[in-house]
Design a protein around this ligand. Structure first.
Ligand code: ADE
Length: 233
């Protein structure tokens, strides 16, 4: 098994291809249908995978990455819908914790989002990793907001759903993989952080511009990951 320093997971090609393009000594391996590319970036051993969209693909990818490459930390990167008015298109949301907004055993008396078994709603982010990422974002001069990132198997595009996630979980951004990857890292006692650039407003009309803004957002999240890897000790 090849041990790496950092594991990076994005759901879509656009979220990982610019990182994979600048890696050296690349080796490819397909596990459970997911392409993992390991190699060097700025002298660090990293592995980068495109997991596919949604929480199940993300969990498959995170577990396979941990068992195969044994990274010291996993970062989930990519784009997200903005829930906080402080986040505009292209800005960066960094997780302080993550939640699964579609997890609901409330008919049994549980709070919304409770992850049965581990009995928490918010999965905490690794502080050291979060601080290094925030430093990298600030050095790039991109606006950065830290807070709760909410994941669910749903592209959020309604004011009602958006409000529910804000009111219930105090979410600043929504996406479809981060909390799943963090859940896998949590049970494996591995540091994890979610870093997302805003591609849309997660409301009734802003998703119309999603294809265009997605490219800009993916460019920004990729730049942050490169800067993080460069500074990583
Ligand atoms: N990824 C990017 N925008 C999103 C949204 N509005 N909902 C879920 N995932 C997203």
């Amino acid at each position: 098994m090849n041990k790496v320093d950092i594991g990076i997971i994005g759901a879509m090609k656009i979220e990982v291809e610019a990182i994979q393009a600048v890696m050296e000594d690349k080796k490819e391996r397909i596990i459970s249908g997911i392409l993992f590319i390991s190699g060097k970036l700025y002298g660090k051993d990293i592995v980068v995978a495109e997991c596919g969209i949604g929480k199940v693909f993300a969990a498959i990818c995170a577990e396979a990455m941990i068992l195969t490459y044994n990274p010291d930390v996993i970062i989930n990167t990519g784009v997200a819908g903005g829930l906080s008015p402080k986040l505009k298109i292209g800005d960066i949301a960094v997780s302080t914790s993550v939640v699964q907004h579609d997890m609901d055993t409330s008919p049994l008396g549980d709070p919304l989002g409770l992850l049965s078994g581990i009995n928490i709603v918010n999965i905490p982010t690794d502080d050291k990793t979060r601080e290094s990422i925030v430093k990298a974002v600030e050095e790039l001069g991109i606006n950065c907001v830290q807070g709760v990132i909410a994941s669910g198997d749903q592209f959020v595009n309604s004011a009602d759903k958006k409000q529910m996630i804000v009111d219930t979980f105090d979410g600043i951004a929504c996406e479809m993989e981060g909390a799943s990857i963090s859940h896998v890292c949590y049970v494996n006692k591995l540091p994890c952080c979610v870093v997302r650039s805003i591609s849309d407003g997660a409301d009734d009309d802003s998703h119309m511009d999603y294809p265009e803004f997605c490219k800009l957002a993916a460019k920004n999240s990729t730049a942050v990951i490169k800067a993080f890897v460069q500074q990583y000790k």
